[in-house]
Design a protein around this ligand. Sequence first.
Ligand code: PMP
Length: 439
Amino acid sequence: ARAGQGSKDSFARARLVFPDGTSRVTIERDPEPVYIERGSGSYVFDIDGRRFLDLNCNFTTLIHGHAFAPVVEALTDQLQRGSCFANPTRGEIELAELLCDRIPRVDRVRFVNTGTEAVLFAVKAARAFTGRSKIAKLEGAYHGAYDWVEVSQAATPDNWGDPASPKSAPFYRGMPQSVLDEVVVLRFNDVEGARRLLSLHARDLAAVVLDPMPSRGGLTAPSAEFIAAVQQTARENGVLVIADEVLNLRQSFEGAAARYGLVPDLVTMGKIIGGGLPIGAIGGREDVMKVFDASAGRPMLPQGGTFSANPLSMIAGLASMRHLDHAAFAHLETLGNFVRDGISRVIQKRGVSLCVTGAASLFRIHPMARAPIDYRDAYPTAGGAAVMKELTRFFAANGIILPYGAAAALSTPMMRADAEIIIEVFEGFLDNHQDRLEA
Ligand code: PMP
């Protein structure tokens, strides 16, 4: 969105204390970011008094929208009783029980504070359990800021290499060669490639880390054959399967792995399970999770953290997850289908070169006529990227925050009327840009 005067002034101040004026590379700026005053339900209000329907939801976290009353009440109560202790609280047991009951293959849990940490400890747990050091991951996929999973993250055409054997592309200058050597990159939906590469490196692989619908990889649907090939080859070779559910757990009551037939050994969670507060969790098979067990002395994998399982995140997550029942998921599924179908219908009617991907409460619009099947396929041309920038800007000008290059997220307070507005604004964009979008 174009920033108002208040945001412009704030950003000028911020640039004097942050290297680029922010603390997150993912903050959208055009050219300044929009500073937020408050959020309520599905809306945010900026410091210049403007209101936006929020389809970012803090990168898909806020599944009940902003300032969800049960979370606010639970947090207010907990704050009055203290915010963190060097002792456990009952809240962590209750949230762990909920996750163990709900998420298949999650027999035991450990809480941390971010998705990054969850992935980091899941990878280390797989290493400790198998005694091997390498991991395999999907090309382009995002799993947070742990070096090994950063390999090939946001890979660009100049460094992604041979399609049959993608390069372990460095994510930043100076990334150790030793890290690159420890990571095998697989192409999403490449059945034969996954079988071949996983078998080739089997003896050294601790785990294959995958998100069944990588958001930054295009939010493209996995083929059943691909999921089966990864899983089967991993199982045959004693390679653990880590399902990164940090973002896509919101795809169903049991998460996205269950939805796509992926049976993991370890599961990483975050975002929605914290109800809007920082959180991460590693869950998984009882025997694998034993690497964290310190009851008989030093565990195979010591894991702590000053704020791990802090009572505020536990209580907020519990309030949020308890309200995320089957009815809530059914509502989100219906709403998501309505939005994706509506957008597709408009695209068809106009015959423009755009498409929409996603599932459940998530969708992503692409500047191409046919739904991409993998990261390379979803990689936009310069012209396509420019169209997407304009789409995001047009949505903002019409009061909707639409994330650029990532998944848009619906939340439970959104209603049919909100979905209709999203489709209307999209059609309005086509009215203005039809000439540039002819198929
Ligand atoms: N894994 C996935 C799939 C994610 O989408 C994210 C965050 N977008 C992470 C890991 C990292 O989570 P966090 O930002 O909480 O560290």
